[in-house]
Design a protein around this ligand. Structure first.
Ligand code: 5RP
Length: 261
C-alpha cells in the first residue's frame, strides 16, 4: 500500500489499538439541520478533543471546525439528494479530489446503494472516486447505505461491504447486525459501524461493544453521541469500549459519572 495511504489511515486508526472512534456529523448533507446538529460548531467543539476523526462535508468543515485543531478529517464527497427526494440513491460526487487535498483530509467518503434504483451509478461513482484518490494517496471510505426496502442482515451487508472492498475501498462503514462476524470475515478491509438512530445510551454502548467484540475496526457514530443528554460522556465511554475494551457496565458508569463533574 502507498505510504501516503498508510500514513493517512494510521491517523484515523490509532496504531496502538488499530481501532478508531470517528464522530459522524455529516447528516446535514441530505437531512438539513438534524436535531442536535442545528449549529454544527456548537455540537462539534466540545467533542473534538475526544474523537479520533471527524466525518463531515466541506461546508461544515470550513465553517465550523477550527483549522488549527489537529484532527484527521474524513470528508463526505457524495450527495445531491435530500430527505424530500423520492429516491435517496440518486447521489453523485459533490466535492473534487483537488478540494479534498486542499482541505488536507485523511480520507474521503461516498455512499453506495446496493440493490437500489441507482445501484450502478453509485458503484461507478465509487470506482471513479477511487481511481482519482489513488493518484494522490487518499484513502476512500465507502458507506453502505440501506434503502427502506432492504433488510439490515449479514447477507445483505456482506454483499455491500465486499463489493466496496472489491472496488478498492480502503475501509467500509456499515451497520451492526446479527452474525456481524460474517460481514467482517468476508470483507478484506476494515469495517466500522454507524450508530444509527438514537437509542438509550446503554443500548448504544452495547452496540459498540458487540461490534468491537465481533471484529469491527471501530465506530463512526453520530446521533447516539450528539443527541445524548451527555455527548462528552458518551464519546468518552464509547472510546473506552473501542480502545480499552471495557465492559458495557463500566462504560455506562463512565457516561453517568461524567454528568456529575
Ligand atoms: C449517513 C452517514 C452518517 O454519517 C451516519 O450514518 C451517521 O451516523 P449515525 O447513524 O451514527 O448517526 O454516513 O449515510
Amino acid at each position: 500500500m502507498d505510504w501516503g495511504v498508510k500514513n493517512r489511515l494510521a491517523r484515523i486508526f490509532k496504531p496502538d489499538t488499530g481501532k478508531t472512534v470517528m464522530l459522524a456529523v455529516d447528516h446535514g448533507y441530505f437531512l438539513g439541520p438534524t436535531s442536535g446538529l442545528e449549529v454544527p460548531s456548537k455540537t462539534i467543539k466540545p467533542l473534538l478533543p475526544y474523537a479520533n476523526s471527524l466525518m463531515l462535508t466541506r461546508g461544515v468543515l470550513r465553517t465550523s471546525v477550527p483549522a488549527d485543531f489537529d484532527i484527521p478529517i474524513v470528508l463526505r464527497v457524495s450527495g445531491g439528494t435530500s430527505i424530500l427526494s423520492k429516491d435517496l440513491s440518486n447521489e453523485g460526487i459533490t466535492t473534487s479530489i483537488r478540494e479534498a487535498i486542499r482541505l488536507n483530509v485523511c480520507a474521503i467518503a461516498l455512499s453506495i446503494f446496493v440493490g437500489s434504483e441507482h445501484e450502478r451509478e453509485s458503484l461507478l461513482n465509487l470506482a471513479e472516486l477511487i481511481n482519482q484518490a489513488e493518484e494522490f494517496g487518499i484513502p476512500v471510505l465507502t458507506v453502505t447505505a440501506v434503502g427502506r426496502e432492504m433488510t439490515r442482515d449479514a447477507k445483505y451487508l456482506s454483499l455491500c461491504c465486499r463489493i466496496a472492498a472489491e472496488m478498492g475501498a480502503h475501509f467500509v462503514k456499515t451497520y451492526y447486525c446479527e452474525d456481524f462476524e460474517k460481514v467482517v470475515e468476508t470483507c478484506p478491509v476494515p469495517v466500522v459501524i454507524a450508530g444509527g438512530k438514537k437509542i438509550p445510551e446503554k443500548n448504544a454502548l452495547q452496540l459498540a461493544h458487540n461490534a468491537i467484540s465481533h471484529g469491527a475496526a471501530g465506530v463512526d457514530m453520530g446521533r447516539n453521541i450528539f443527541q445524548s443528554d451527555n455527548p462528552v460522556g458518551m464519546i468518552q465511554a464509547v472510546k473506552a469500549i473501542v480502545h480499552k475494551r471495557i465492559s458495557v457496565e463500566e462504560a455506562y458508569k463512565m457516561y453517568e459519572g461524567s454528568k456529575k463533574t
